[in-house]
Design a protein around this ligand. Structure first.
Ligand code: MRU
Length: 361
């Protein structure tokens, strides 16, 4: 029998092979293929084509990726090392635009390099390796805390709806929106999870359903346009979704279709929670209007999952990868430091104060 998907690491570093190790998520659920990527172009491509995806996993992959670039730099002083490091960082930063974790992780690695410029180049490379591994390890702890906070909102047997995949496959372990589910399973609980299939790339059907099912969760896949019916039937008590970037006012960008789910949840009076590590909260952006929304090739809509093209050749296609859910539709934002409630301009500041005591407002 195939190994349970939950026993694999979503993102890891192979020191011996100087490789970023990922599960190729474009092949799931049919094939579990592990990729060892050593070239910067392959790491960039893996992020762009969603072989590794989900905001936290992208951040960890980028941190490991930029460390691998650093490891390969031939330089005998900091300035020439840093010039090459910066090029590698800037290159990886172009892989995708919306998930702030990509920039957060690369900036953290950059700041770490600058703060340790007095080290010899070999010592700095080793320190950067340790920082990338710290980012990875922290992700596991952060997701676990989000899971614990989310678990306080549900009970054994709860009906949960989720959109896209903000599960273990989108992080290193546990996930964000699915972390309460996986943690609950560890405690012997079970839930009824409805996963929107999540057109066009089907992260809900291919990934969330896969990992929930593998964890023994009572899992039901629905097409995106069935969520209203499921809510109307009172099968769902709560919605948990992930996010790619939260603005300082609580507006949250997540996979395309999330805002529609929030509107439905509001209509049916179902609590709608966004699960967000603080690395996904961008306090430099005032509102969701300032979040860049990625647009992807039309072929993802018209061809990618079909035996034959399903729309007329030459027809226009609009394929935004994300949308922004207004803060007014969000019941709470579940972070590793607790659950922020409206008004988010205040509560998110408090979350960051808890993260960095003494931080200036
Ligand atoms: O395009 P994707 O698959 O990377 O989009 C992923 C999402 O929208 C997730 O919900 C989000 O990144 C949170 S993952 C914990």
């Amino acid at each position: 029998m195939a190994q349970n998907i939950l026993t694999y690491d979503t993102v890891a570093l192979d020191d011996e092979k100087s490789a970023l190790v990922i599960i190729d998520q474009t092949k799931l659920p049919g094939t579990v293929e592990i990729l060892s990527l050593t070239k910067q172009e392959d790491i960039h491509r893996a992020i762009y084509v969603l072989q590794v995806r989900g905001a936290p996993a992208i951040g960890v992959a980028a941190a490991i990726g930029v460390y691998l670039a650093a490891k390969g730099i031939k330089a005998d002083n900091f300035d020439s090392f840093y010039a090459e490091f910066k090029k590698a960082k800037d290159y990886l930063a172009t892989a995708r635009p919306t998930a702030v974790n990509l920039f957060w992780a690369l900036d953290r690695m950059d700041g770490f390099a600058l703060a340790n410029k007095s080290l010899s180049v070999p010592a700095l490379k080793q320190a950067l390796r340790d920082e990338a591994v710290r980012i990875r390890d922290e992700d596991i702890a952060v997701c676990r805390s989000i899971g614990e906070n989310g678990l306080s909102l549900i009970k054994d047997g709860s009906g949960i709806l989720t959109h896209c995949n903000a599960g273990q496959l989108a992080t290193v372990k546990y996930g964000t929106a699915l972390s309460p589910v996986h943690l609950g399973r560890e405690k012997g609980m079970n839930f009824r999870v409805f996963t929107d299939e999540t057109r066009p790339l089907l992260q809900g059907a291919r990934l969330s359903a896969f990992e929930c099912f593998a964890d023994g969760v009572d899992t039901t896949v629905i097409c995106d346009n069935m969520a209203s019916q499921v809510m109307k039937n009172k099968w769902v008590e709560i919605v948990f979704v992930g996010c790619d970037r939260v603005a300082a006012n609580g507006d949250a960008a997540n996979k395309i279709g999330t805002s529609g789910v929030a509107i439905l949840a509001n209509y049916y009076k179902i609590p709608f929670y966004v699960c967000a590590p603080t690395s996904t909260i961008d306090m430099n952006i005032a509102t969701g209007d300032d979040i860049p929304i990625e647009e992807r090739p039309g072929g993802e809509v018209t061809e990618m999952w079909y035996k034959e093209r399903m729309a007329p050749e030459g027809v226009k296609v609009f394929n935004p990868a994300f949308d922004v859910t207004p803060a007014t539709l969000i019941t709470g934002i579940i972070t590793e430091y607790g659950i922020a409630r409206p008004p988010y301009t205040e509560s998110l500041k408090k979350i960051f104060e808890a993260k960095t005591p003494g931080r200036k407002k």
